[in-house]
Design a binder for this molecule. Structure first.
Ligand code: KG4
Ligand code: ZN
Length: 351
C-alpha cells in the first residue's frame, strides 16, 4: 500500500510518501517499504512579522507549495503518480482555509488516479508518529501530546482508541512557549528560540510558579505562567536588555513548564499502571523536556518514546503513515471530502 500524505492544517506544508510493510509471511518482493520520502515547507518566517499565524496568508502559501512539494517527493523517492494506491490528507482540526487546500488537492488526485482518499485527524498523526521509529512502542501506552494548539494526556489502546485523561484548561504548552518568546523579543515560532536562550540561563536565578503541579487531576494550566513571565519581565525593566537576564527568564519559564509536564506524565503512568510513555507534538522536540522525562521515567522503571525531532512538529510523514494504516483496514472511502476545523479525537473510528 503506497500512500501519499498531505499536511496543511496550519503553517507547514508537508508531503510524504509511505509504503506499508507487507504482513508477515506475505511476499514482499523487492519493494522498499516504510517512509520513502518527505518534503516540508515551513511558513514560519512569513508569519514572524505578525507574531503568529495569519490564516489567509497560510492558505495562499499552501496553494503555492503543495504541488511542487508533491513533485519533489515523488522524484526523490523514485516513484510516479500512477503507482500511488491511496492519498491521505489532514481533515482537521486546524485552520479551515489551510485544511481546504490539502483536502481539495488530495481529493482531486484521488479522483484522477481512481484511488481512495482518506481524511486524517491531525492529532492522530502526531500520536502515531513515534511508531515510525525503528524502536516503536507497542500498544497500550500513555501519550503526552504537546503542540501549539493542544496539551493532552491520553491513554492509547490502539489506532482510533484514545481516552482523554487530562488536558490544559487554558493555553497550550506550545502557545506558552510562543508567548514567552514574544515577551523576550524572540519572534515566532518561539519554542526553539526560547529553548536555545534558556541554555545560557542560570537555574534558580528567577522563580516562576508551577500551575496545577499539585492538583489531584491530570489537567494543566499555562496562562498564569505566561502572565508570571510578563510580570517578571516588567519587574526587570531595563534589566531585560541584558542577555543573561533574558536567558535566566527563559530558563525559569522552561524549568517551570518542564516540571509540570514531567510530573503529570508520570502521574498518568502511575494512575493507569502503564509503563510506556509516548511524547508527540512540536514541544516534544524540546531537548530539556526530553532529557527530564527520560531521566525521571527511567528512575521509576518506565520507558519514554519520541519521534525524531523533525517528526515532532507538523509534517506529511505522520499523515501518510496514519493514512496507510487506515486504508489498510479499509476505511470507508467516498469521493466527497470535508474539512473539520474542530474535531475531537474521541469521535474517531477505532480500527
Ligand atoms: O505540533 P506543532 O508543529 O503544530 C501544532 O500542531 O501546533 O507544534 C508547534 C509548537 C509551537 O508552539 C512551537 O513553538 C513549539 O511547538 N515548539 C517547541 C520546540 N519546537 C517547536 N517548543 C519548545 N521547544 C522546542 N524545541
Ligand atoms: Zn501539529
Amino acid at each position: 500500500m503506497l500512500v501519499l500524505g498531505i499536511e496543511t492544517s496550519c503553517d507547514e506544508t508537508g508531503v510524504a510518501l509511505y509504503r506499508l510493510r507487507p504482513r508477515e509471511g506475505a511476499a514482499s518482493g523487492t519493494q522498499r517499504s516504510g517512509l520513502l520520502g518527505q518534503a516540508l515547507y515551513s511558513q514560519g518566517q512569513m508569519h514572524a512579522e505578525y507574531g503568529g499565524v495569519v490564516p489567509e496568508l497560510a492558505s495562499r502559501d499552501h496553494i503555492r507549495r503543495v504541488l511542487p512539494l508533491t513533485r519533489q517527493v515523488l522524484e526523490t523517492s523514485g516513484c510516479t503518480l500512477t503507482e500511488l494506491e491511496g492519498i491521505a490528507f489532514t481533515e482537521g482540526p486546524g485552520l479551515a482555509g489551510a485544511l481546504l487546500v490539502g483536502a481539495s488537492v488530495a481529493s482531486a488526485l484521488a479522483y484522477v488516479l481512481d484511488v481512495p482518499a482518506v481524511g486524517i485527524h491531525h492529532l492522530e498523526g502526531h500520536l502515531l508518529s513515534p511508531l515510525l521509529a525503528e524502536d516503536a512502542p507497542e500498544f497500550p501506552f500513555i501519550a503526552l501530546l504537546v503542540s501549539g494548539g493542544h496539551t493532552q494526556l491520553m491513554r492509547v489502546e490502539g489506532m482510533g482508541r484514545y481516552q482523554l485523561l487530562g488536558e490544559t484548561v487554558d493555553d497550550a504548552a506550545g502557545e506558552a512557549f510562543d508567548k514567552t518568546a514574544q515577551i523576550l523579543g524572540l519572534g515566532y515560532p518561539g519554542g526553539p528560540a526560547v529553548s536555545r536562550l534558556a541554555e545560557g540561563g542560570r537555574s534558580g536565578a528567577l522563580k516562576l510558579p508551577r500551575p496545577m503541579l499539585n492538583s489531584a487531576d491530570l489537567n494543566f494550566s499555562f496562562s498564569g505562567l505566561k502572565t508570571a513571565v510578563l510580570a517578571a519581565a516588567r519587574r526587570q525593566g531595563h534589566g531585560l536588555r541584558d542577555l543573561q537576564i533574558r536567558a535566566d527568564l527563559a530558563r525559569a519559564f522552561q524549568d517551570a513548564i518542564v516540571d509540570v509536564l514531567t510530573a503529570k506524565a508520570l502521574s498518568a503512568l502511575e494512575a493507569t499502571g502503564l509503563e510506556r510513555l509516548v511524547v508527540a507534538g512540536g514541544v516534544g522536540a524540546n531537548r530539556q523536556l526530553r532529557e527530564r522525562l527520560s531521566d525521571s521515567a527511567a528512575a521509576k522503571g518506565y520507558r519514554v518514546y519520541y519521534p525524531e525531532p523533525a517528526l515532532c512538529t507538523d509534517n506529511g510523514a505522520m499523515i501518510a503513515f496514519a493514512g496507510a494504516l487506515r486504508l489498510a483496514h479499509r476505511e470507508p472511502a467516498s469521493r466527497a471530502f470535508s474539512v473539520r476545523p474542530r474535531w475531537e479525537l474521541d469521535e474517531l473510528i477505532p480500527v
